[in-house]
Design a protein around this ligand. Sequence first.
Ligand code: SF4
Length: 371
Amino acid sequence: SLLIGVGGCVAQKERDALTERFPYLDIVFGPNAVPDIVTLVRRAECGERPVVATPEDGPAPRSDQALRNGQARIQAWVSVMRGCDNYCSYCVVPYVRGPQRSKDPIEVAREVQKLAAEGVVEITLLGQNVNSYGQDLPEKTTFARLLESLNDIPGISRIRFTTSHPKDFSRDLIRAIRDLSRVCEHVHLPVQSGSTRILALMNRGYSAEQYVERVAALRDLVPGVGLTTDVIVGFPGETEEDFEQTRLLLERVQFDGAYIFKYSVRSGTAAARLDGRVTRPAIADRHKELLEFQKRISLARLKDMIGTTQSVLPEKADERRPGHVTGRTRGHRVASIPGDASLVGREITISVDRLDGWTLIGTPSHTRKDS
Ligand code: SF4
């Protein structure tokens, strides 16, 4: 039977309002209850209504089955920290998940070793703001050092991470991406707006110019790095001029991809008290315009990859292209190559022949057995 659940930070914060307003909800769970999701579903299946699980705190998230990228056993997520101290004015995370707490680097390494022993070859380190990792530990450390300590774990051929905060995106980290062989050349660096005025209202801690400078430093040291971002349109007070600055920033930076979000109020946040709400139709128009604008850029950048050599990690059979396997380049673009399941989990060097929709189609030029 169909179960309807709502999960995440807002679910945690708005638990009572949600169950009252939507009495047909079966499950409401907060971030700390994610590892218990199987039990919660079972309780709902046994007739409990609604199943509410919003513990204030929980055991440090493990890289266990519940957090693993379902079908692809070669990949796993590893939580390296919880909480956030940034208080971006639109976000509920600091209120719900509390202050930043980094996991001990030795514990992270142990988890990664365990995953490697289970056959995982690609890990993605997770945190609200991985760039400030380690600053809260009794023995301070940095995210760049954490990456360094994980780089030589046998069996792991790729290390990814998300999410980066531009204000903490350091030169050390850029050098780590350049120098550490397992760390993939892809950065998801949410800009949120191209208007410095709006960025200040968002309490992001950087100007549009500083953001562009950081990207230039990254591209300078890591040419060809994959760069993606998040943008919020319709933040309170966003004028047509502010919006135009965001459009100009996208044009200037030339991201490989961008998630464009419509601003929506999160009660209890500083932004919820700001004047100058943008109307829904205006937000919808800006969202549509920016999506289309970025789509053209993303496609042009993908086309630029035709003729290049890329390293691909096949993840599974390509359902749309029989006789092919699909995976991602180190820069996080989707690629498809001829081959069967025996290629899954082995990094392969390919030359990119053409594009099919948003997928790079390539021919293997060299197969490297993972160390
Ligand atoms: Fe929220 Fe991310 Fe800002 Fe932290 S850094 S407050 S999680 S948007």
